[in-house]
Write a protein that binds this ligand. Structure first.
Ligand SMILES: NC(=O)c1ccc[n+]([C@@H]2O[C@H](COP(=O)([O-])OP(=O)(O)OC[C@H]3O[C@@H](n4cnc5c(N)ncnc54)[C@H](OP(=O)(O)O)[C@@H]3O)[C@@H](O)[C@H]2O)c1
Length: 270
């Protein structure tokens, strides 16, 4: 029996806090001014989750996000940042880098800080010690991981002492549903939010015939159907990227309605 999650505000882990089911990513920017304006428009619509990383465009993506926070008011935007594993390999380095990134962005805290990926020669325990130290110092409100598979996520949870892992940011789309087999059920059970990245397959889903067929029946677009499918799962938020105002509106149109169970099941088989 499928239960379609109809909420457009999703729980952030077990924190009691909620975030918008759709957030906006900031990788692959062609025009920074357009990205800035697109993010402002998203926040205006209530899409206030923004994802960035220190490695995106050599820090220029972070700067844009910082500008948005300044414009709309820091409390009106939920900022996720991601640090490279090497920078989280030990607490003093992590703290120094986190402070430098905050300065670069012109904000005093992140809402959520993740280790961007796993390096085989650095222990999971080291990332968690560094993230917890950064959280303890007040530089981030919450901590999490990215690109962690089930066993790695379990290890990360075991390594925590003071702060919970509230998010695992992983690839998840209608074309790539690997997480549905093990990671997603575990995340739901443990109350860990999934941030689905590359959720529209870099735009490829806009021309998918099966999505088009379903979209037509709902008066929606294939992209809206693709995002709706993801956020129909409990604890899943999606973070597509666009720097175009009209596509922000399109993402926004993935909210406020749900696919019926039959179409949902159809997509789960794509
Ligand atoms: N943790 C990680 O390792 C990781 C890895 C990858 C991504 N991410 C995060 O997740 C975010 C999203 O992933 P992503 O950027 O890889 O891929 P995505 O969101 O699936 O696709 C973004 C691309 O699709 C284009 N696009 C947007 N709407 C479209 C539409 N309606 N029709 C056709 N094309 C459209 C965008 O171009 P325009 O801007 O021109 O609209 C952009 O080039 C990233 O920005 C980043 O923040 C995290």
């Amino acid at each position: 029996m499928f239960i379609i999650d109809k909420k457009d505000k999703k729980p952030l882990g077990d924190t009691g806090e909620k975030v918008s089911a759709i957030g906006i990513g900031t990788w692959g920017i062609s025009n920074f001014e357009s990205m800035y304006k697109a993010l402002l428009f998203a926040v205006e619509l209530g899409i206030n989750q923004i994802d960035t990383a220190e490695i995106y465009h050599g820090g220029k993506a972070e700067e844009i996000v910082g500008r948005v926070a300044k414009e709309v008011g820091r409390d009106n935007v939920f900022i996720t940042n991601k640090l490279s594993p090497l920078n989280l390999s030990e607490p003093s380095r992590g703290e120094k880098v986190a402070k430098a990134r905050l300065t670069r962005m012109g904000v005093s805290y992140f809402d959520l800080l993740l280790v961007h990926w796993i390096e085989p020669n650095i222990s999971i325990e080291s990332y968690i010690r560094s993230l917890e130290n950064i959280a303890e110092k007040g530089y981030t409100r919450y901590i999490g991981v990215s690109n962690f598979y089930l066993l790695e996520l379990k290890k990360a949870i075991e390594a925590t002492k003071k702060f919970d892992i509230v998010v695992d940011q992983v690839k998840y789309s209608v074309y790539d549903k690997a997480i549905e087999y093990d990671l997603l059920p575990f995340a739901i059970q443990e109350k860990i939010t999934i941030q689905a990245y590359t959720p529209i397959e870099r735009g490829r889903l806009s021309t998918d015939r099966r999505l088009k067929e379903i979209a037509l029946r709902y008066g929606r677009t294939p992209i809206q159907v693709a995002l709706n499918y993801l956020i129909s799962h409990e604890f899943v938020t999606a973070i597509p990227k666009t720097e175009r105002r009209e596509r922000i509106r399109e993402f926004y149109g993935a909210l406020g309605w749900r696919l019926n169970v039959e179409d949902f099941k159809k997509l789960s088989r794509v």
